[in-house]
Write a protein that binds this ligand. Structure first.
Ligand SMILES: Cc1cc2nc3c(=O)[nH]c(=O)nc-3n(C[C@H](O)[C@H](O)[C@H](O)COP(=O)(O)OP(=O)(O)OC[C@H]3O[C@@H](n4cnc5c(N)ncnc54)[C@H](O)[C@@H]3O)c2cc1C
Length: 698
């Protein structure tokens, strides 16, 4: 990555990112102290920049990718998403050789598509990625032809785990796959609607095959949840096979290009070879065989594939926030309200303190998340490639466990930061922000799903805290290098000494120094783990069983612990990236963003810093003062930072957030050309002669 950064010349950067149009944003752009193009190398390299540029050029010039200014009916939305998906798939932007050369292209491709349309990106990843990855991860070589067929576009895949009555509690699911040894078949059955698979992306209209999770029953014994490749529709006609009742669950509050569906099975037989039984299954006679003796380990291994989805969602959330913050910052720089005394001109709203604190910490957060997610995605992709190639080193197992735990914490951290940030962006754009044409409302609704799918956020945090709690008693013997290859447990180094200390920093400057902030977070993470562990232990010694004790330690303890652990990791990663960034001007600004992100987050945990006795004096006041000062310092850089984050205008597609800053001109154009905006409605008589259909009581 370092080499790629150095190799990117100014000319190359300019080729991909030409000068932005001159206009009302010029003033702020001139105030910035760094190159917005070079700053892109904090998250991209020459290969990923070129790839994104190629994808955007392809879309911008392709008739299928032209936007409609008006809302389109549900069926049309799904139709266009499918056509776009196959058009992108057909281009094969990331062939296997390219992935091996630079694994980051996978995520870069997803980011480029997301910036255009999230339904398209999610649909593509569900249809091709998740289906094929599950088969390669949990299946055996005789099943790989399904992965190849989906990649060639001959069949369409989906992933069916959730049921109507059970989602998070996967062990409670009731779809059954009963083995018949005479016919060497599994009989798939849904006892009732509550056992129907539900919410399954791409199943509503399109998928021909599903990965279905069902209880495997053989010789009268239920062996728990297993996955199967289940043919749903005839790939030539898209008609469901007899025994399969399949349909669309209808309009959602976002992501309507995706046909989420339900399916029920009525004693539907599939051949035995369709069981994904790498981690366990029945032999021909129906006896159960598994490489794992402990069924919970088998279950964990077969669901381990879901880490990839979580890693991806951290990045997806960031994409939404990234677009929203660009729109809100650009608009805040050109929206002027009220004037200072004796001033000739009104003041851009970006200059107001409250506007700054609602936007700029999230701008800093977007950089923190973008940098983290880029790295996190590449860790996961490298692990997956090694796994397929059978390449394991002595740290592979520990890395896998840590990745699973870390993804369970950072998915909520990123999803929630995006949720809060996008909402602030919406409000920061005032009334115009509520227009669909502003683009923020759709981002808000679509990010919303990230808080729930691929693991409900609060429940994911439980998975993470359970892991952290299991680590605490062995903290003194812990070999961090061996047991935490990703470094997320570094906060436990010398932890008993760390916890004896109080915060040594007193001034605003010290309290917002980026390195000091990482140290304060170290204390905070350690303190939360220690106190949560003590709470669980106390509940157990008072007679609670393990489940009850953990349940009664969630709020204010385990949940906060896991959020802080995730934030700690992202902050440290951001700091390390910023301090080693080679362009001095960019580095200075990045370190300011580290300070702003860290101080803003820490301020939210201030009560804990005082309760734990770490803050003793006026530190809290100074920390708050620091956040405000940092906001004021970042404000002149904010437009250029947004230019770094922004995709091309045809992806932004917001009347408020275009790169020329001409918000009012775009608004005027949109309103004046909106179909029917200035015509009398056909139903005008129902306005004028309302008493013709409502009997008057006046
Ligand atoms: C847009 C979208 C797309 C989806 N796509 C797919 C797909 O392609 N395939 C698929 O299989 N599924 C899909 N899903 C389903 C999704 O994965 C589930 O909705 C998700 O896992 C949450 O499960 P649930 O709905 O059962 O929530 P529940 O588990 O019922 O949770 C409801 C509430 O109860 C709380 N709760 C539950 N248990 C506990 C506990 N022990 N302690 C404390 N609180 C608890 C939760 O925190 C939550 O607040 C999709 C969902 C959405 C919204």
């Amino acid at each position: 990555m370092e080499t790629s950064k150095k190799m990117v010349s100014e000319e190359e950067l300019k080729k991909y990112f030409p000068d932005l149009p001159s206009g009302p944003l010029d003033g702020y752009r001139k105030k910035s102290s760094f190159s917005w193009r070079r700053m892109k190398l904090a998250c991209d390299n020459s290969t990923t920049l070129k790839l994104k540029h190629d994808i955007w050029t392809f879309m911008e010039t392709h008739p299928l990718f032209q936007h409609s200014d008006v809302s389109i009916p549900l069926d049309e939305e799904r139709h266009i998403a499918v056509k776009r998906m196959y058009a992108v798939h057909n281009e094969n932007f990331t062939p296997f050789e390219k992935i091996i050369e630079e694994p980051r292209v996978i995520q870069a491709e997803a980011e480029a598509i997301f910036m255009f349309d999230s339904s398209l990106a999610v649909k593509k990843s569900l249809t091709f990625g998740m289906f094929a990855n599950t088969i390669r991860g949990s299946g055996r070589p005789h099943q790989y032809h399904f992965a190849e067929a989906v990649e060639e576009g001959k069949i369409g895949g989906c992933f069916a785990l959730t049921e109507v009555a059970h989602g998070s509690n996967a062990k409670g699911m009731r779809t059954t796959a009963t083995y018949n040894p005479e016919k060497k078949q599994f009989i798939m059955h849904s006892a009732d609607f509550e056992a129907a698979k539900f919410w399954v992306g791409c199943l509503g209209k399109c998928a021909t095959h599903a990965i279905v999770y069902a209880m495997l029953v053989s010789k009268g014994t239920n062996h728990g949840l297993h996955s199967f490749i289940v043919p749903i529709r005839d790939p030539k006609t898209l008609k469901p096979f007899p025994g399969v009742i399949v349909g669309d669950i209808g309009e959602k509050i976002g992501l309507n290009g995706i046909d989420n569906g339900f399916v029920m099975f009525n004693n539907y037989a599939i051949p035995k070879e369709l069981a994904l039984d790498k981690f366990g299954g029945v032999d021909d006679s129906g006896d159960y065989q598994s490489p794992f003796r402990d069924p919970s380990k088998r279950f964990g291994a077969s669901l381990g594939i879901l880490s990839g989805g979580r890693v991806m969602i951290t990045s997806i959330s960031t994409n939404y926030l990234q677009k929203a913050i660009v729109i809100a910052v650009r608009y805040s720089a050109v929206r002027k309200q009220f004037a200072a005394e004796n001033a000739v001109e009104e003041t851009p709203v970006l200059e107001y303190q409250q506007q700054q604190i609602r936007l700029l910490p999230y701008l800093a957060g977007t950089f923190a998340l973008r940098i983290f997610c880029t790295w996190f995605g590449s860790v996961h992709i490298n692990m997956t490639i090694d796994n397929y190639a059978g390449k394991q080193d002595e740290l592979s197992a520990a890395r896998g466990i840590e990745l699973h735990a870390l993804s369970s914490a950072v998915k909520p951290v990123c999803g929630w930061l995006a949720r809060d940030g996008i909402q602030n962006c919406r409000e920061a754009c005032g009334g115009h922000g509520y227009l669909k044409a502003a683009g923020i409302g759709d981002l808000r609704n679509e990010n919303d799903a990230n808080c729930t799918y691929e693991g409900e956020n609060s429940l994911l945090l439980q998975q993470n805290s359970n892991w952290l709690l299991s680590v605490w008693p062995k903290r003194r013997e812990l070999n961090v290098a061996q047991e935490s290859p990703l470094g997320s447990l570094e906060f436990l180094l010398n932890v008993d000494d760390v916890l004896k200390k109080t915060c040594p920093w007193k001034t605003v400057e010290e309290l917002t120094d980026p390195y000091n902030l990482t140290q304060m977070y170290k204390w905070l993470t350690a303190y939360m783990l220690k106190t949560t562990y003590e709470k669980v232990s106390k509940l157990k010694s008072d007679g609670a069983d393990n489940l009850q004790a953990k349940n009664d330690s969630q709020s204010y303890n385990a949940v906060a612990l896991s959020v802080i652990y995730g934030e700690n990791y992202i902050l440290n990663h951001f700091y390390k990236t910023a301090i080693s960034f080679e362009d001095e001007a960019c580095k200075k600004v990045l370190l300011k963003l580290v300070s702003l992100y860290g101080a803003f987050l820490l301020e939210k945990h201030m009560a804990t810093l005082y309760i734990g006795g770490y803050f003793t004096l006026d530190q809290g006041l100074h920390l708050r003062e620091g956040v405000l000062r940092l906001c004021a310092q970042v404000a002149p850089e904010a437009v250029a930072l947004s230019d770094t984050l922004a995709p091309p205008d045809f992806c932004i597609k917001s009347v408020l957030g275009m790169s020329d800053g001409e918000a009012y001109k775009h608004l005027q154009n949109r309103v004046m050309t909106y179909p029917g905006a200035m015509t009398r409605p056909e139903w005008w008589r129902d306005v004028v002669y309302w008493d013709s259909y409502i009997p008057s009581k006046l």
